[in-house]
Design a protein around this ligand. Structure first.
Ligand code: RUQ
Ligand code: CUA
Length: 763
């Protein structure tokens, strides 16, 4: 320890004097590197287009579904560097998600039939929109396996709410938002009885099984879905697939396609032809065209019936009120994507080489004039395919999803079987370019490509198979996200990124400037409710309260200690530890765990978090901070003492160290030297316009907070020295130094920040 102190002092001295080492580039030249690494000029160009040097940032931020990991993956474009995994349907220990009390409540919102479901099959993220443009405020994502939707607040990138679909047993077509995020759309996938826990044999598929679409009402002010104002449309047992919301002229409408409109029931084990044969027998399936605005009014007017306590508009009502129509679409379609101007709806064929471009205007004309070619078996009017089509274009094998460019009429469609991206013009129905991807592309995504104003520039191919692209890591391969430059006439492949967490289905990319996440919470905030946390505590007010067998600790965290440093309980007590992080400095997160009790919290600056457990075994359990937060991070710890029943203390003295007067004097000198560094840093900071830099102001406040804690300690150590109690004298002097180190650390960080961000002299 003494050794370390000496080193730390000289480091601080060196940095304080401005003796930062300058990194020298080696004598490499570009040509040599290209040769040595076997790279082409093309590779070099791609590298230059994607490389983001240290200190610079990405232009776009992508939120990718984490597939079966139940999480959301956040990465930057063009660097393709992963920035974060957000725990959503699955516990995520780093963020304490599922290991502290408030986040457990969020996960509990996703319980079904009283059971925890600790994974999810995430497919489609959606960013909240204002006037059809991404606004960067909220993110939604669905769970296909256990039909649920989650709300993530982009002010802190935390999951705030999970809601369970009350009438479906699976879903795929979620999440899609309406133009002003009034509703989040979620469509069923595999038909089942809508009533919970209701059994009907498969022979009753046509009569008793149903599909549907749910419109979740989103309250933007609260940042939460309002379940009681949400509703669903009952739909036939066609397998509803993806959806999209109308915009511009088609605002107020939504589109959901389907497959297996044959309503086929397989049973290969009984000798019946399997689902895949029966579900693709017909040449066409149905696009559902729904007037959701009118549907919402009908629900308000009491036309819905309650199923499982949820408002459902029966098919007869939707037909009678003229809010539900069908349009035949080439068989087994997959994606449905409304064009940025809201005039056209593009449906990809999956088992057909064509993409079909439907015209909203033509669909409306057919509806207005009552021109229908037939009715489906449930009485829903069917508009003739020809009457709704704008154009059909043959793109290649296995078209799945379509995304849009910033240039008018330009779209990109993924071709799963061909492993290609097709660039084409949907106004004129012309193919413009094709690019091979590796391999078997599912979704693709352009920047802000779902909005009314796509940003162009980049496209990401979300490939289902990676095969030979990466160093092998066993039979389960990573996924391959490929970055493609779409700024020119021809598409150019720039980068392969292995994604090692689940199978991402869809992703959304937003201009990084639109995201404005906070760097700290207001002190004492419960981040999962966004409200003041009842367990919040301020410095000096820490306490432990015992009532019966319930122990509640109101503690604080600040470099480098946890207050309290000892928690004593009796075996069998129920222990709740509330912790508030008192730091203001950016990125000064503390973590917290107690040995063997399966709790963990991530406590960012200002946040209050609680962990709770039953101290059901006697013993000694260290607790500590799990984030490397400061030089004395390893010392940021304490003991939980779980005392046996009827335990009485026998020995009351703590072991003593053996400190001498020389030790004390050395410590005092160290304190004086360090103060000189602090003074020089302070002199620098106050000589420039540091008040113009909010991050620096926070660091400076924090630094003075730390220094403020040394008040009275000088008198204290001198008092002990006068009594020749060298242990206490030395330790209290040492404690001054501890606060000084944190002050100096913050001060130096502030100084570096100011130097790198062009601070100006004020006097
Ligand atoms: S999808 S299988 Cu969006 Cu193509 Cu889920
Ligand atoms: Cu706080 Cu480590």
């Amino acid at each position: 320890m003494k050794q370390f102190n000496k080193q730390a002092t000289s480091l601080l001295l060196a940095a304080g004097m401005g003796l930062a080492a300058t990194a020298a580039w080696s004598a490499d030249n570009l040509a040599d590197v290209l040769k040595a690494r076997g790279l082409s000029q093309q590779d070099l160009l791609a590298a230059a287009k994607t490389y983001v040097p240290t200190g610079k940032r990405d232009e776009f931020v992508v939120f990718s579904s984490g597939g079966q990991s139940g999480q959301v993956i956040v990465y930057g474009i063009p660097s393709m560097r992963i920035l974060k995994y957000i725990g959503v349907f699955t516990p995520e220990p780093w963020q304490g998600y599922g290991f502290d009390e408030s986040s457990k409540k969020v996960l509990a919102g996703g319980r079904i039939d009283g059971k925890d479901i600790t994974w999810g099959d995430t497919h489609h993220p959606a960013i909240s929109e204002t006037n059809g443009e991404y606004d960067g405020q909220f993110l939604f994502i669905n769970d296909k396996a256990n039909p649920r939707i989650a709300v993530i607040d982009l002010r802190d990138f935390e999951t705030k709410q999970i809601v369970v679909n009350p009438v479906f047993k699976s879903e795929h077509g979620g999440t899609f938002v309406t133009t002003n995020t009034e509703y989040v759309i979620e469509a069923a996938q595999y038909p089942a009885p809508l009533e919970n826990k209701k059994f009907y044999p498969l022979e009753e598929m046509n009569e008793k099984y149903r599909g549907g679409v749910t419109y979740w009402k989103f309250d933007r002010k609260e940042g939460r879905i309002q379940t009681n104002e949400s509703f669903s449309l009952e739909l036939p047992p066609y397998w509803q697939d993806l959806s999209d919301a109308g915009k511009g002229p088609s605002e107020g409408w939504s589109f959901t396609n389907s497959f297996c409109s044959e309503r086929y029931v397989g049973g290969i084990e009984k000798g019946r032809p399997p689902y895949e044969a029966g579900c693709s027998a017909k040449d066409t399936d149905y696009l559902h065209v729904i007037n959701w605005k009118k549907a919402a009014e009908l629900v308000k007017a009491g036309k819905a019936k309650k199923i499982n306590g949820h408002n459902v508009l029966p098919i007869e009502v939707s037909v009678k009120e003229g809010i539900l129509f069908l349009v035949p679409e080439p068989k087994s379609p997959h994606g449905v994507d409304v064009t940025p101007d809201g005039k056209l709806i593009i449906v990809a064929g999956k088992l057909d080489t064509h993409v079909s471009v439907f015209s909203f205007e033509k669909i409306q004309a057919a509806i207005q004039s009552g021109k229908f070619e037939s009715k489906d078996p449930y009485g829903i009017p069917v508009i003739g395919m020809k009457d709704a089509l704008h154009v059909q274009v043959s793109l290649g094998l296995g078209p799945l999803h379509t995304q849009y460019d910033s240039k008018p009429c330009i779209a990109y469609t993924s071709l799963y079987v061909d492993s290609q991206v097709a660039k084409w013009n949907y106004c004129e129905g012309k193919v413009l370019d094709k690019l091979s991807v590796h391999y078997n592309i599912g979704h693709l995504m352009t920047m802000e490509g779902d909005s009314t104003k796509p940003a162009g520039k980049y496209l990401v191919a979300l490939n289902k198979l990676a095969i030979d692209r990466f160093v092998p890591v066993g039979p389960l391969h990573p996924q391959n996200h490929q970055l493609i430059d779409i700024s020119g006439d021809k598409m150019q492949l720039l980068y392969d990124m292995p994604l090692p967490l689940g199978e991402p289905h869809y992703a959304v990319g937003i201009d990084a400037k639109k995201l404005k996440p906070a760097v700290r919470y207001k002190v004492g905030t419960d981040s999962r409710t966004d409200k003041p946390h009842p367990g919040a505590t301020l410095a000096g007010q820490e306490k432990t309260v015992k009532k019966g067998n319930k122990v509640e600790v109101f503690g604080t965290l600040i470099r480098s200690h946890i207050t309290p440093e000892t928690i004593e309980v009796d075996v069998g007590d129920e222990v709740t530890i509330h912790l508030t992080n008192l730091e203001r400095a950016q990125d000064e997160t503390h973590g917290f765990t107690v040995s063997t009790f399966n709790v963990h919290a991530s406590v960012e600056p200002g946040k209050t978090v609680s962990v709770k457990f039953k101290a059901d075994k006697e013993g000694v359990y260290p607790y500590y901070c799990t984030e490397f937060c400061s030089a004395l991070h390893l010392e940021m710890m304490g003991y939980l003492l779980v005392k046996p029943k009827g335990w009485k203390p026998t020995k009351m003295e703590l072991a003593k160290g053996s400190y001498t007067e020389a030790d004390y004097k050395a410590t005092v000198k160290k304190v004086v030297d360090t103060q000189a560094i602090i003074d020089s840093v302070v002199a620098y900071i106050t000589s420039v316009n540091y008040k113009d830099f909010p991050d620096v102001v926070a660091m400076v406040e924090d630094a003075f907070d730390q220094l403020g804690k040394t008040k009275g300690l000088k008198e204290k150590h001198e008092g002990f020295a006068a009594k020749k109690d060298w242990e206490n004298a030395n330790l209290w002097a040492e404690q001054i130094w501890q606060y000084q180190v944190k002050t100096a650390d913050l001060g130096l960080r502030a100084k570096t920040y100011l130097e790198q961000n062009g601070a100006k002299k004020v006097k």
